[in-house]
Design a protein around this ligand. Sequence first.
Ligand code: BGC
Length: 426
Amino acid sequence: MAFPEGFLWGAATAAHQVEGNNVASDFWALEHASGSSFAEPSGDACDHYRLFRQDIALLAELGFNSYRFSIEWARVEPEDGTFSQAAIEHYRDVLQACHDHSLTPVVTLHHFSSPRWLMELGGWEYEKTPARFAAYCGKVMSELGPLIPYVCTINEANIGPLIRDVLTATSQGGRDASGAPVGVTDGAAEDGENDRDALSPVEAVPTDRDWPKIFLFTFSEQGVSIVQRAHTAARQAIRDASPSTRVGLTLALQDIQPVPGGEKQAERTWAQTFEDFLPAMDGDDFLGVQSYTRSLVGPDGPLPAPDGAETTQMGYEFYPQALENVLRRAATAGMPLLVTEHGIGTADDSRRIEFIRQGLAGLERVLADGVDVRGYLHWSALDNYEWMLGYRPTFGLITVDRTTQRRTPKASARYLGALAQRNPPA
Ligand code: BGC
Protein backbone atom coordinates (compact mmCIF):
# COMPACT_ATOMS: atom_id res chain seq x y z
CA MET A 1 0.00 0.00 0.00
CA ALA A 2 1.19 3.49 -0.74
CA PHE A 3 0.54 5.68 2.24
CA PRO A 4 2.24 9.06 2.42
CA GLU A 5 5.04 10.06 4.71
CA GLY A 6 3.83 10.70 8.24
CA PHE A 7 0.44 9.03 7.66
CA LEU A 8 -1.39 8.77 10.97
CA TRP A 9 -2.68 5.32 11.92
CA GLY A 10 -4.78 5.20 15.02
CA ALA A 11 -8.04 4.99 16.87
CA ALA A 12 -10.34 7.53 18.47
CA THR A 13 -12.37 8.02 21.64
CA ALA A 14 -14.38 10.86 23.18
CA ALA A 15 -14.15 11.91 26.81
CA HIS A 16 -17.76 11.41 27.82
CA GLN A 17 -17.91 8.00 26.17
CA VAL A 18 -14.87 6.52 27.92
CA GLU A 19 -13.68 8.55 30.91
CA GLY A 20 -16.56 7.95 33.33
CA ASN A 21 -18.23 10.18 35.91
CA ASN A 22 -18.39 13.30 33.79
CA VAL A 23 -20.65 14.76 36.44
CA ALA A 24 -20.46 18.46 35.53
CA SER A 25 -21.63 17.83 31.96
CA ASP A 26 -24.99 18.35 30.30
CA PHE A 27 -25.15 14.71 29.22
CA TRP A 28 -24.72 13.48 32.77
CA ALA A 29 -27.63 15.69 33.80
CA LEU A 30 -29.82 14.38 30.97
CA GLU A 31 -28.89 10.75 31.65
CA HIS A 32 -30.15 11.17 35.21
CA ALA A 33 -33.20 13.33 34.50
CA SER A 34 -36.58 11.76 35.20
CA GLY A 35 -38.10 10.38 32.02
CA SER A 36 -34.66 10.36 30.40
CA SER A 37 -34.57 8.93 26.90
CA PHE A 38 -31.09 7.48 27.53
CA ALA A 39 -31.00 3.68 27.64
CA GLU A 40 -28.73 3.84 30.70
CA PRO A 41 -26.40 6.34 32.39
CA SER A 42 -22.72 6.49 31.44
CA GLY A 43 -21.50 5.78 35.00
CA ASP A 44 -17.86 4.76 35.19
CA ALA A 45 -17.78 4.27 31.40
CA CYS A 46 -14.41 2.63 30.59
CA ASP A 47 -12.75 4.35 33.54
CA HIS A 48 -10.34 5.82 31.01
CA TYR A 49 -9.80 8.88 33.22
CA ARG A 50 -7.92 6.55 35.55
CA LEU A 51 -6.70 3.92 33.08
CA PHE A 52 -5.51 6.17 30.22
CA ARG A 53 -1.85 5.16 30.60
CA GLN A 54 -2.60 1.50 30.11
CA ASP A 55 -4.93 2.27 27.16
CA ILE A 56 -2.33 4.41 25.44
CA ALA A 57 0.37 1.80 26.02
CA LEU A 58 -1.92 -0.84 24.52
CA LEU A 59 -2.59 1.25 21.39
CA ALA A 60 1.15 1.70 20.91
CA GLU A 61 1.78 -2.00 21.46
CA LEU A 62 -0.84 -2.83 18.83
CA GLY A 63 1.20 -0.84 16.31
CA PHE A 64 -0.58 2.52 16.06
CA ASN A 65 1.20 5.85 15.81
CA SER A 66 -1.69 8.16 16.68
CA TYR A 67 -4.50 8.53 19.22
CA ARG A 68 -7.49 10.85 18.91
CA PHE A 69 -9.21 11.74 22.18
CA SER A 70 -11.17 14.68 23.50
CA ILE A 71 -10.59 17.12 26.32
CA GLU A 72 -13.74 17.60 28.37
CA TRP A 73 -14.86 21.22 28.71
CA ALA A 74 -17.03 20.31 31.73
CA ARG A 75 -13.94 19.12 33.59
CA VAL A 76 -11.65 21.97 32.58
CA GLU A 77 -14.29 24.62 33.34
CA PRO A 78 -16.77 23.00 35.73
CA GLU A 79 -18.33 26.37 36.59
CA ASP A 80 -18.62 29.37 34.31
CA GLY A 81 -15.23 31.13 34.40
CA THR A 82 -13.70 28.72 36.95
CA PHE A 83 -10.94 26.59 35.47
CA SER A 84 -9.67 23.43 37.09
CA GLN A 85 -5.88 23.28 37.04
CA ALA A 86 -6.11 19.67 38.19
CA ALA A 87 -8.10 18.76 35.07
CA ILE A 88 -5.62 20.57 32.85
CA GLU A 89 -2.77 18.67 34.52
CA HIS A 90 -4.64 15.43 33.92
CA TYR A 91 -4.79 16.14 30.19
CA ARG A 92 -1.13 17.16 30.24
CA ASP A 93 -0.42 13.67 31.59
CA VAL A 94 -2.55 12.09 28.84
CA LEU A 95 -0.69 14.06 26.17
CA GLN A 96 2.65 13.22 27.72
CA ALA A 97 1.72 9.52 27.76
CA CYS A 98 0.96 9.74 24.02
CA HIS A 99 4.35 11.32 23.32
CA ASP A 100 6.12 8.81 25.56
CA HIS A 101 4.62 6.03 23.40
CA SER A 102 5.28 7.83 20.09
CA LEU A 103 1.56 8.33 19.43
CA THR A 104 0.73 11.62 17.72
CA PRO A 105 -2.16 13.11 19.68
CA VAL A 106 -5.14 14.44 17.75
CA VAL A 107 -7.17 16.38 20.30
CA THR A 108 -10.85 17.31 20.07
CA LEU A 109 -11.91 20.23 22.24
CA HIS A 110 -15.63 19.56 22.02
CA HIS A 111 -17.11 16.13 21.39
CA PHE A 112 -20.87 16.56 21.95
CA SER A 113 -20.82 17.12 25.72
CA SER A 114 -20.67 20.59 27.28
CA PRO A 115 -20.65 21.91 30.84
CA ARG A 116 -24.02 21.78 32.54
CA TRP A 117 -23.77 25.53 33.30
CA LEU A 118 -23.70 26.28 29.57
CA MET A 119 -27.00 24.45 29.14
CA GLU A 120 -28.45 26.61 31.88
CA LEU A 121 -27.40 29.78 30.00
CA GLY A 122 -29.06 28.58 26.79
CA GLY A 123 -26.48 26.11 25.51
CA TRP A 124 -25.77 26.10 21.80
CA GLU A 125 -28.52 28.61 21.10
CA TYR A 126 -26.93 31.24 23.38
CA GLU A 127 -25.35 34.23 21.65
CA LYS A 128 -22.33 34.27 23.94
CA THR A 129 -21.49 30.58 23.58
CA PRO A 130 -18.88 31.20 20.84
CA ALA A 131 -16.99 33.56 23.16
CA ARG A 132 -17.29 31.15 26.10
CA PHE A 133 -16.06 28.26 23.96
CA ALA A 134 -13.16 30.29 22.58
CA ALA A 135 -12.10 31.27 26.11
CA TYR A 136 -11.99 27.60 27.13
CA CYS A 137 -10.05 26.66 23.98
CA GLY A 138 -7.59 29.51 24.54
CA LYS A 139 -7.03 28.40 28.11
CA VAL A 140 -6.37 24.78 27.14
CA MET A 141 -4.06 25.72 24.30
CA SER A 142 -2.09 28.25 26.31
CA GLU A 143 -1.41 25.50 28.85
CA LEU A 144 -1.06 22.46 26.60
CA GLY A 145 -0.54 23.79 23.05
CA PRO A 146 3.10 22.71 22.66
CA LEU A 147 2.00 19.10 23.27
CA ILE A 148 -0.84 19.25 20.71
CA PRO A 149 0.11 18.98 17.02
CA TYR A 150 -3.49 18.63 15.72
CA VAL A 151 -6.63 20.02 17.24
CA CYS A 152 -10.26 19.61 16.18
CA THR A 153 -12.35 22.40 17.66
CA ILE A 154 -15.78 20.77 17.35
CA ASN A 155 -16.71 17.18 16.59
CA GLU A 156 -19.35 16.89 13.87
CA ALA A 157 -20.10 20.58 13.70
CA ASN A 158 -22.84 19.73 11.19
CA ILE A 159 -24.80 17.33 13.39
CA GLY A 160 -27.62 19.86 13.97
CA PRO A 161 -28.56 20.16 10.29
CA LEU A 162 -28.31 16.39 9.88
CA ILE A 163 -30.63 15.66 12.77
CA ARG A 164 -33.00 18.40 11.59
CA ASP A 165 -33.05 16.70 8.21
CA VAL A 166 -34.06 13.44 9.84
CA LEU A 167 -36.74 15.07 11.97
CA THR A 168 -38.33 16.80 9.04
CA ALA A 169 -38.36 13.65 6.93
CA THR A 170 -41.99 12.59 6.79
CA SER A 171 -41.34 9.14 5.42
CA GLN A 172 -39.81 6.04 6.96
CA GLY A 173 -37.53 7.60 9.57
CA GLY A 174 -33.91 8.53 9.20
CA ARG A 175 -30.38 8.59 10.44
CA ASP A 176 -28.39 10.71 12.79
CA ALA A 177 -25.13 12.41 11.99
CA SER A 178 -23.14 9.24 11.99
CA GLY A 179 -25.70 7.63 9.75
CA ALA A 180 -27.51 6.00 12.64
CA PRO A 181 -31.27 5.67 12.38
CA VAL A 182 -32.36 7.93 15.17
CA GLY A 183 -34.59 6.22 17.66
CA VAL A 184 -33.01 2.77 17.73
CA THR A 185 -33.41 2.03 21.40
CA ASP A 186 -34.78 -1.43 21.68
CA GLY A 187 -31.85 -3.56 20.63
CA ALA A 188 -33.93 -4.94 17.80
CA ALA A 189 -31.38 -4.54 15.02
CA GLU A 190 -28.77 -7.23 14.91
CA ASP A 191 -25.88 -7.78 12.60
CA GLY A 192 -26.81 -9.21 9.29
CA GLU A 193 -30.50 -8.43 9.65
CA ASN A 194 -32.35 -5.69 7.92
CA ASP A 195 -34.72 -4.90 10.74
CA ARG A 196 -37.27 -2.38 9.58
CA ASP A 197 -38.38 -1.68 13.17
CA ALA A 198 -34.96 -0.18 13.71
CA LEU A 199 -35.81 2.38 11.06
CA SER A 200 -39.16 3.37 12.46
CA PRO A 201 -39.85 7.08 12.93
CA VAL A 202 -37.79 9.05 15.39
CA GLU A 203 -38.54 8.12 18.98
CA ALA A 204 -35.53 8.93 21.07
CA VAL A 205 -34.87 12.43 19.79
CA PRO A 206 -37.10 14.97 21.44
CA THR A 207 -38.98 17.34 19.19
CA ASP A 208 -40.12 19.54 22.04
CA ARG A 209 -38.63 22.96 21.42
CA ASP A 210 -38.22 23.42 25.17
CA TRP A 211 -35.68 20.64 25.28
CA PRO A 212 -32.35 21.93 26.65
CA LYS A 213 -30.21 23.39 23.91
CA ILE A 214 -27.50 20.80 24.07
CA PHE A 215 -25.12 20.56 21.15
CA LEU A 216 -26.73 17.50 19.53
CA PHE A 217 -30.13 19.13 19.34
CA THR A 218 -29.11 22.50 17.99
CA PHE A 219 -31.36 22.59 14.97
CA SER A 220 -32.30 26.23 14.48
CA GLU A 221 -30.59 28.53 11.98
CA GLN A 222 -29.41 30.55 14.96
CA GLY A 223 -27.95 27.42 16.58
CA VAL A 224 -26.11 26.37 13.43
CA SER A 225 -24.66 29.83 13.06
CA ILE A 226 -23.55 29.78 16.72
CA VAL A 227 -21.72 26.50 16.16
CA GLN A 228 -19.99 27.95 13.11
CA ARG A 229 -19.05 31.13 14.97
CA ALA A 230 -17.80 29.07 17.89
CA HIS A 231 -15.43 27.31 15.51
CA THR A 232 -14.00 30.50 14.00
CA ALA A 233 -13.66 32.18 17.40
CA ALA A 234 -11.96 29.06 18.78
CA ARG A 235 -9.61 28.86 15.82
CA GLN A 236 -8.45 32.40 16.48
CA ALA A 237 -7.96 31.72 20.19
CA ILE A 238 -6.00 28.56 19.37
CA ARG A 239 -3.78 30.36 16.85
CA ASP A 240 -3.08 33.14 19.36
CA ALA A 241 -2.14 30.66 22.08
CA SER A 242 -0.37 27.98 20.04
CA PRO A 243 0.57 29.09 16.52
CA SER A 244 2.18 25.80 15.51
CA THR A 245 -0.87 23.60 16.25
CA ARG A 246 -2.84 22.58 13.14
CA VAL A 247 -6.52 23.44 13.55
CA GLY A 248 -9.66 22.02 11.95
CA LEU A 249 -13.14 20.76 12.73
CA THR A 250 -14.79 17.45 11.95
CA LEU A 251 -17.92 16.82 9.89
CA ALA A 252 -20.21 13.80 9.80
CA LEU A 253 -20.26 13.21 6.07
CA GLN A 254 -22.82 10.88 4.69
CA ASP A 255 -22.43 9.28 1.32
CA ILE A 256 -25.63 10.81 0.05
CA GLN A 257 -27.14 8.83 -2.81
CA PRO A 258 -30.41 10.04 -4.31
CA VAL A 259 -33.00 7.54 -5.47
CA PRO A 260 -34.93 8.72 -8.54
CA GLY A 261 -36.85 11.85 -7.52
CA GLY A 262 -34.55 12.51 -4.56
CA GLU A 263 -31.91 14.51 -6.44
CA LYS A 264 -32.98 17.95 -5.21
CA GLN A 265 -33.30 16.76 -1.63
CA ALA A 266 -29.86 15.12 -1.84
CA GLU A 267 -28.35 18.39 -3.06
CA ARG A 268 -30.03 20.26 -0.22
CA THR A 269 -28.73 17.83 2.38
CA TRP A 270 -25.18 18.07 1.02
CA ALA A 271 -25.38 21.86 0.94
CA GLN A 272 -26.64 22.04 4.54
CA THR A 273 -24.16 19.57 5.92
CA PHE A 274 -21.05 20.42 3.91
CA GLU A 275 -21.14 23.51 1.69
CA ASP A 276 -22.73 25.73 4.35
CA PHE A 277 -19.73 25.01 6.58
CA LEU A 278 -17.07 26.01 4.06
CA PRO A 279 -17.04 29.73 4.97
CA ALA A 280 -16.40 28.89 8.65
CA MET A 281 -13.65 26.44 7.63
CA ASP A 282 -11.90 29.02 5.49
CA GLY A 283 -8.51 29.38 7.15
CA ASP A 284 -8.45 25.88 8.69
CA ASP A 285 -5.44 23.59 8.28
CA PHE A 286 -7.38 20.36 7.72
CA LEU A 287 -10.84 18.84 7.68
CA GLY A 288 -11.72 15.82 9.83
CA VAL A 289 -13.92 13.42 7.85
CA GLN A 290 -16.25 10.99 9.68
CA SER A 291 -17.95 8.26 7.69
CA TYR A 292 -20.13 5.34 8.72
CA THR A 293 -22.56 4.48 5.97
CA ARG A 294 -24.44 5.82 2.97
CA SER A 295 -27.73 7.64 3.04
CA LEU A 296 -30.28 6.91 0.36
CA VAL A 297 -32.36 10.02 -0.12
CA GLY A 298 -35.86 10.29 -1.53
CA PRO A 299 -37.88 13.44 -2.21
CA ASP A 300 -38.78 13.76 1.50
CA GLY A 301 -35.46 12.89 3.04
CA PRO A 302 -33.47 9.86 4.21
CA LEU A 303 -34.78 6.37 3.39
CA PRO A 304 -34.20 3.05 5.15
CA ALA A 305 -31.56 0.60 3.99
CA PRO A 306 -32.60 -1.40 0.93
CA ASP A 307 -34.45 -4.66 1.50
CA GLY A 308 -32.10 -7.49 2.33
CA ALA A 309 -29.10 -5.23 2.97
CA GLU A 310 -26.72 -6.24 5.75
CA THR A 311 -27.19 -3.88 8.66
CA THR A 312 -25.14 -3.09 11.76
CA GLN A 313 -26.08 -2.89 15.44
CA MET A 314 -27.13 0.70 14.72
CA GLY A 315 -29.68 -0.49 12.19
CA TYR A 316 -27.99 1.22 9.27
CA GLU A 317 -26.47 -0.38 6.21
CA PHE A 318 -23.04 -2.03 6.18
CA TYR A 319 -21.51 0.15 3.48
CA PRO A 320 -17.75 0.64 3.78
CA GLN A 321 -17.60 2.09 0.25
CA ALA A 322 -18.98 5.31 1.74
CA LEU A 323 -15.51 6.34 2.93
CA GLU A 324 -14.07 6.59 -0.58
CA ASN A 325 -17.10 8.48 -1.86
CA VAL A 326 -17.14 11.07 0.92
CA LEU A 327 -13.38 11.61 0.78
CA ARG A 328 -13.70 12.45 -2.91
CA ARG A 329 -16.48 14.94 -2.22
CA ALA A 330 -14.76 16.38 0.87
CA ALA A 331 -11.64 17.02 -1.21
CA THR A 332 -13.55 19.90 -2.83
CA ALA A 333 -12.95 21.82 0.42
CA GLY A 334 -9.42 22.30 -0.90
CA MET A 335 -7.58 21.40 2.28
CA PRO A 336 -5.84 18.30 3.68
CA LEU A 337 -8.23 15.65 4.96
CA LEU A 338 -7.88 13.45 8.01
CA VAL A 339 -10.21 10.50 8.59
CA THR A 340 -11.08 11.24 12.21
CA GLU A 341 -13.74 8.50 12.44
CA HIS A 342 -14.73 5.41 10.45
CA GLY A 343 -16.25 2.49 12.27
CA ILE A 344 -18.97 -0.07 12.76
CA GLY A 345 -21.11 -1.23 15.66
CA THR A 346 -21.06 -5.00 15.44
CA ALA A 347 -20.75 -8.06 17.66
CA ASP A 348 -19.09 -9.90 14.76
CA ASP A 349 -15.50 -8.70 14.66
CA SER A 350 -14.88 -10.37 11.31
CA ARG A 351 -17.32 -7.84 9.81
CA ARG A 352 -15.29 -5.03 11.44
CA ILE A 353 -12.18 -6.38 9.75
CA GLU A 354 -14.00 -6.48 6.43
CA PHE A 355 -15.32 -2.95 7.00
CA ILE A 356 -11.79 -1.69 7.64
CA ARG A 357 -10.36 -3.65 4.69
CA GLN A 358 -12.86 -2.21 2.24
CA GLY A 359 -12.68 1.28 3.71
CA LEU A 360 -8.90 1.35 3.43
CA ALA A 361 -9.01 -0.01 -0.12
CA GLY A 362 -11.16 3.00 -1.01
CA LEU A 363 -8.82 5.31 0.86
CA GLU A 364 -5.89 3.96 -1.15
CA ARG A 365 -7.69 4.66 -4.43
CA VAL A 366 -8.35 8.20 -3.26
CA LEU A 367 -4.69 8.67 -2.34
CA ALA A 368 -3.61 7.25 -5.69
CA ASP A 369 -5.73 9.95 -7.35
CA GLY A 370 -3.77 12.60 -5.51
CA VAL A 371 -6.18 13.52 -2.72
CA ASP A 372 -4.27 14.71 0.35
CA VAL A 373 -5.39 12.42 3.19
CA ARG A 374 -3.16 12.60 6.26
CA GLY A 375 -4.39 9.72 8.36
CA TYR A 376 -6.96 7.10 9.33
CA LEU A 377 -8.28 7.08 12.90
CA HIS A 378 -10.72 4.26 13.52
CA TRP A 379 -13.82 4.69 15.67
CA SER A 380 -13.35 3.45 18.27
CA ALA A 381 -10.41 2.33 20.35
CA LEU A 382 -12.67 0.87 23.05
CA ASP A 383 -16.20 -0.51 23.32
CA ASN A 384 -17.76 2.54 24.90
CA TYR A 385 -20.87 4.56 25.78
CA GLU A 386 -22.88 5.10 22.64
CA TRP A 387 -24.81 8.14 23.90
CA MET A 388 -28.56 7.51 24.10
CA LEU A 389 -28.12 3.87 23.15
CA GLY A 390 -25.93 3.16 26.18
CA TYR A 391 -23.42 0.30 26.09
CA ARG A 392 -25.23 -2.03 23.69
CA PRO A 393 -23.53 -1.08 20.41
CA THR A 394 -19.91 -2.22 20.31
CA PHE A 395 -17.68 -0.08 18.08
CA GLY A 396 -14.37 -0.90 19.76
CA LEU A 397 -11.19 -2.48 18.47
CA ILE A 398 -10.74 -3.45 22.11
CA THR A 399 -13.35 -5.12 24.32
CA VAL A 400 -13.95 -3.67 27.76
CA ASP A 401 -15.31 -5.79 30.59
CA ARG A 402 -17.10 -3.06 32.49
CA THR A 403 -17.12 -4.99 35.76
CA THR A 404 -13.39 -5.62 35.92
CA GLN A 405 -12.40 -2.88 33.40
CA ARG A 406 -10.24 -5.51 31.75
CA ARG A 407 -9.27 -4.72 28.15
CA THR A 408 -8.95 -7.40 25.46
CA PRO A 409 -7.89 -6.47 21.94
CA LYS A 410 -10.09 -7.95 19.22
CA ALA A 411 -8.70 -9.49 16.02
CA SER A 412 -9.59 -6.22 14.24
CA ALA A 413 -7.20 -4.33 16.55
CA ARG A 414 -4.37 -6.66 15.56
CA TYR A 415 -5.37 -6.43 11.90
CA LEU A 416 -5.34 -2.63 11.80
CA GLY A 417 -2.26 -2.41 14.02
CA ALA A 418 -0.37 -4.76 11.68
CA LEU A 419 -1.31 -2.60 8.69
CA ALA A 420 0.01 0.43 10.54
CA GLN A 421 3.27 -1.39 11.21
CA ARG A 422 3.66 -2.46 7.61
CA ASN A 423 3.19 1.13 6.46
CA PRO A 424 5.25 3.11 8.91
CA PRO A 425 5.69 6.82 8.38
CA ALA A 426 8.91 7.43 6.39
C1 BGC B 1 -19.66 10.26 16.97
C2 BGC B 1 -19.28 9.27 18.06
C3 BGC B 1 -20.22 8.07 18.01
C4 BGC B 1 -20.07 7.42 16.66
C5 BGC B 1 -20.84 6.12 16.48
C6 BGC B 1 -20.02 9.63 15.66
O1 BGC B 1 -21.06 10.34 15.09
O2 BGC B 1 -18.65 11.23 16.82
O3 BGC B 1 -19.31 9.92 19.30
O4 BGC B 1 -19.98 7.17 19.04
O5 BGC B 1 -20.50 8.32 15.67
O6 BGC B 1 -22.21 6.33 16.42
